[in-house]
Design a protein around this ligand. Structure first.
Ligand code: KIV
Ligand code: NA
Length: 263
């Protein structure tokens, strides 16, 4: 296997090869996922919920993210390492640069930020300085209090238009990939077709360029609410490695997500 790079992700999108992403928080799982062919390991701020037991991602600090990013990087060989900028760590372009630099020094190869067109200046500021950016739109969990819960986004015509305009603005600003969370499958498809950069979906339908799930969800160990888009890949498997391999092949062959996982 060769290291996964950003041009390689672009080539996968162009060839119609689906991109398989999972969240990952430690070295042992990084080694396992890398061996199973997961293309991108996301150190998600979901670690505040699945590892630390908080009810949202808001308490996660930059120091938490640096610790887990460094742990994942030590276990990994070939996967691309993507780390979340945590809540309130990218309020200005300068703050975003400083926070991103800490994650990059810990081993991240790309950072992810939550928000729409208003973040375009920040994306441009980072991209111009050698920091690839994944723009996360749709259901953005750092906005849980404004959204009034973890709810499907882009259901109205107006909401769908805004999402597509956000995606275009973030791409124009230099976003390397766009992540769509919890939007109708038709909107996931339309947004993917509108863009030149790869899209990664979670609850955004089967037509995105790739998929992501939270590790604890796809292994069936998260005790909290199970979202519609989650599939427990341990079912029918006798090992975690089997479950991760089943996830990768489900994403690659297009069988995941199935209609029952979509909005
Ligand atoms: O933190 C996370 O796990 C994420 C994914 C759900 C996309 O941002
Ligand atoms: Na996140």
């Amino acid at each position: 296997a060769k290291p996964v790079t950003i041009p390689a992700l672009q080539a996968m999108r162009a060839a119609g090869t689906k991109i398989a992403m999972l969240t990952c928080y430690d070295a042992s799982f990084a080694s396992l996922m890398d061996r199973c062919g997961v293309d991108i390991l996301l150190i998600g701020d979901s670690l505040g919920m699945v590892c630390a037991g908080h009810s949202s991602t808001l308490p996660v600090t930059l120091a938490d993210m640096v610790y887990h990013t460094a742990s994942v990087a030590r276990g990994n060989k070939n996967a691309l390492i993507l780390a979340d900028l945590p809540f309130a760590s990218y309020a200005t372009p300068e703050a975003a640069l400083e926070s991103s630099a800490a994650l990059m020094r810990a081993g991240a190869q790309m950072v992810k930020i939550e928000g729409g067109a208003w973040l375009a200046d920040t994306v441009r500021f980072l991209a111009e300085r050698g920091i690839p950016v994944c723009a996360h739109i749709g259901l953005t969990p750092q906005f849980v209090h404004q959204l009034g819960g973890f709810k499907v986004q882009g259901k109205t015509d107006e909401g769908a238009e805004r999402l597509k305009n956000d995606a275009l603005a973030l791409q124009a600003a230099g976003a390397a990939i766009v992540l769509l969370e919890a939007v109708p499958a038709a909107l996931g498809k339309a947004t993917t077709e509108l863009l030149q950069v790869p899209t990664i979906g979670i609850g955004a339908g089967p037509d995105c360029s790739g998929q992501v799930l939270v590790m604890h969800d796809m292994l069936g160990v998260f005790p909290g609410h199970k979202a519609r888009f989650v599939k427990n890949f341990m079912e029918g498997q006798t090992s975690i490695e089997g479950a991760v391999r089943a996830y990768v092949s489900g994403v690659k062959d297009g069988s995941f997500p199935a209609p029952e996982h979509c909005f």
